[in-house]
Design a protein around this ligand. Structure first.
Ligand code: NAG
Ligand code: NAG
Ligand code: NAG
Length: 286
């Protein structure tokens, strides 16, 4: 425990204006009294909210935390009286006030704002762009972040900013396009940031553009293969039928028995060539 206080105590506090403090949700934040030591006669009060209700008090040897809303979340520094709020939540944001009652009265205010943890932005290929020119050397991308507020989403090429988009109040999804060449050797990164933190996703063009284009090429390649197979089958069938028909016709002609030539009989014999005639008969056979 702390029983011994330094007799000489520097009771100097500097701030007259309120401090703005930003903190990530779930983190801890310390509101500093700026005292090096608590003076023997000092009574330090911490108050919260519009109603200025007492949430923590420290004097000499005693600490109290009267407000249930901050149950188990508050800590006071024995030496300086600074207040730490742990595992901070939305309901703990707002106005805090420090009041030092002693030989010299002083007070100080703090404004605590909270930021949510940022997700890592996601980069995907944007197939909706330029599908009409698949032979293009360019790859259209989009970087996005969902359910964010008070953030900026930006594309960087090396260290220089290419583009950015911001959102303030509403919790929405943001997305930002980029067009790069497949062979581009520059480093691109997509950055999501709020005033106190940021998340970076580096672009790997090989991964995002080419792997995906391979996936896209695969079905096309299959279609070509299947078409080629079906096509050769049809050709083989036509040639085969053609041969059969020729032989058949020859035999028919030699026998001069036309009643048996229904299968290969040309519809308009005088005008059309043999091949055409045979071809016309194929569907009839099937
Ligand atoms: C390809 O992208 C580059 C930027 O990376 C752009 O300057 C160029 O105009 C684009 N070309 C086409 C054909 O879209
Ligand atoms: C980019 O992705 C490819 C394919 O996944 C991988 O082989 C390569 O190492 C990656 N490059 C970088 C710089 O991460
Ligand atoms: C939206 C988009 O990126 N459009 C591009 C498609 O490709 C043409 C050139 O082929 C570009 O001029 C467009 O900017």
């Amino acid at each position: 425990m702390f029983h011994v206080f330094v007799l000489f105590c520097l009771c100097c506090w500097t701030s007259v204006f309120g401090d703005s403090v930003s903190v990530m949700e779930g983190d801890s934040v310390t509101l500093n009294t700026d005292l090096t030591e608590i003076c023997e006669d000092d009574d330090i009060l911490w108050k919260y909210g519009g109603e200025n209700s007492l949430i923590a008090e420290i004097n000499k040897e005693k600490q109290t935390f009267p407000d249930e809303r901050f149950r188990d979340r508050l800590k006071l520094d024995h030496q300086t009286g600074s207040l730490t709020i742990t595992n901070i939540r939305t309901e703990h944001t707002g106005h805090y006030e420090l009041e030092i009652n002693g030989p010299r009265w002083s007070s100080k205010t703090f404004s605590v704002s909270l930021y949510a943890h940022l997700p890592i932005p996601v980069i995907i290929r944007d197939y909706s762009q330029n599908l009409s020119s698949p032979s293009s050397q360019n790859c259209s991308l989009v970087c996005s972040a969902v359910n964010v507020n008070h953030v900026t989403l930006s594309w960087y090429k090396g260290n220089s900013l290419l583009s950015s988009i911001s959102v303030s109040d509403l919790s929405i999804s943001l997305s930002l396009p980029l067009e790069v060449e497949y062979q581009d050797k520059n480093t691109y990164s997509c950055v999501l940031n709020n005033p106190i933190s940021h998340q970076i996703k580096h672009l790997n063009i090989t991964q995002v553009c080419q792997i995906h284009s391979d996936h896209q090429r695969l079905p096309l390649f299959n279609i070509v293969l299947i078409s080629a197979a079906v096509g050769s089958l049809v050709i083989v069938a036509v040639v085969g039928i053609c041969c059969i028909c020729r032989k058949y016709r020859k035999s028919v002609q030699t026998q001069e028995d036309r009643s048996h030539s229904a299968l290969c009989k040309p519809t308009t014999r005088q005008k059309k060539s043999k091949t055409e005639a045979v071809y016309e008969n194929v569907p009839k056979k099937r």
